[in-house]
Design a protein around this ligand. Structure first.
Ligand code: NAG
Ligand code: NAG
Ligand code: NAG
Ligand code: NAG
Length: 376
């Protein structure tokens, strides 16, 4: 069983990851358009009914607008990459996104907890989908999304004075509405704590994008005098969203439902009330030190860590290896270098040998042997 598909079943983004997974990892000659061909296949619509894990509401959305699915998929990939970047030096490093193993217990146990990490995954995936839809909408590649009609003509004001709306402002309403209908489809039926947690985090993800929309302007007039300004709303770089959500993760709020009939989410052990932009979780996380399928922890054996005093604490070997020790060695790495794009269409690289000092957490299972290794 491919756990990617399982993950996706559990979240809302079922089918895309198998289409999105790297076709042939590590080969320098893989054509760069490979993934795009896979996206185009989605347009044929045959997938919507055959994809395991989609709710009937999601299947309907998929059939009605298969080209939107391409952007949903791209948004998920955006989220996955940003998640792995944000957590690259942490014990939990978001590799669960691409976890493939026969050990589905570990995976299922991870995803069924309402931990902070699961909260992060939901929030950033929801944000990624909105971001991707807004981007597609404003560059005109999405057929059923028009430029925001309310911001196409007319004037408005900001701190620098009056300006004209121009170009294609992101159709924010469309992006938010579509993303909501897709991401919330599974949760809307269930009103238990976990369902409410997911809905809250999906919404927090959408808000993060909305909050970071920026006004971009261009000056017109005699020799750049800026007599006339035209402006449009645009999304921010997703890395900024990633940083923002990481802060939300650090301040995530533990929640429970009210005991009365309203069954709303409330913050527990906290003096402040819950805000819409908060990332919320319900279960404490394991420490992720040891491999433990029952709590969904991969463990940190053989993870690389830093002995540099200036490194962040979480990256430092003592913290990463949970005090269980680490091994430092010099390795010889074969790296791709001097890569050149060849017409058409592949990338050709030279191989460069470099010496490198690396530290890795000790492993109970296999002794690290030898002093050279090859990494590409
Ligand atoms: C809540 O506020 C009280 C009084 O200000 C304080 O003693 C307590 O530690 C606070 N609790 C939390 C969880 O912050
Ligand atoms: C992330 O953590 C897992 C489990 O500890 C490990 O197998 C994987 O190599 C790590 N990935 C990166 C990029 O460090
Ligand atoms: C180191 O690499 C060389 C050539 O790549 C190989 O012949 C040798 O067995 C390796 N040594 C160890 C200890 O792995
Ligand atoms: C491996 O380590 C041994 C001693 O620790 C050293 O003599 C040898 O030159 C090293 N080999 C490489 C390829 O670094």
């Amino acid at each position: 069983m491919n756990c990617k598909i399982l993950l996706i079943n559990n979240l809302f983004f079922t089918f895309l990851t198998f289409l999105l997974s790297d076709p042939a990892e590590g080969t320098a000659t893989t054509p760069w358009f490979f993934n795009r061909l896979q996206f185009q296949l989605l347009g044929s619509g045959i997938f919507c009914d055959n994809i395991p894990g989609l709710s009937s509401a999601q299947k309907k959305l998929c059939r009605n607008s298969p080209d939107v699915m391409r952007d949903v998929g791209a948004g998920i990939q955006l989220a996955e990459e940003e998640c792995q970047h944000q957590f690259r030096h942490r014990r939990w490093n978001c590799s669960i996104f691409s976890y493939q193993s026969r050990d589905t217990t570990l995976f299922t146990n991870f995803i069924s907890r309402g931990s902070r990490e699961v909260a992060f995954i939901h929030t950033i995936a929801s944000a990624g989908v909105v971001q991707s839809l807004l981007m597609a909408c404003s560059d005109g590649s999405l057929s059923n999304c028009e430029c925001d009609p309310s911001k196409k003509n007319g004037k408005s004001r900001d701190s620098k004075g009056e300006f004209d709306w121009s170009g294609c402002s992101n159709n924010v309403k469309f992006g938010l509405k579509y993303a909501k209908s897709f991401t919330d489809a599974k949760e809307s039926e269930t009103r238990d704590l976990r369902g409410l947690m997911n809905l809250h985090n999906n919404n927090a993800g959408r808000r993060a994008i909305q909050k970071h929309l920026q006004l971009k302007c261009k000056c017109h007039g005699v020799s750049g005098s800026c007599g006339v300004r035209t402006c449009w709303k645009a999304t921010q770089d997703f890395a900024i969203i990633g940083d923002f959500l990481k802060t939300k993760y650090n301040r995530a709020v533990k929640v429970d439902t009210t005991q009365d009939s309203t069954g709303k989410l409330v913050a527990v052990n906290s003096n402040r009330s819950l805000r819409k932009g908060d990332m919320v979780y319900m279960d404490e996380s394991p420490d992720y030190c040891l491999h433990n399928p029952f709590v969904g922890s991969l463990g940190t054996e053989r993870r690389t860590c830093s002995t540099n005093k200036r490194a962040k604490e979480e990256e430092h070997c003592d913290d990463m290896c949970c005090g269980k020790g680490f091994v430092s060695q010099t390795i010889i790495e074969d790296l791709n270098c001097d890569c050149k794009f060849q017409w058409c269409c592949y990338v050709q690289c030279e191989i460069c040998r470099v010496k490198k000092d690396v530290s890795t957490c000790k492993s109970k299972h296999k002794k690290l042997s030898g002093n050279n290794s090859t990494v590409t």
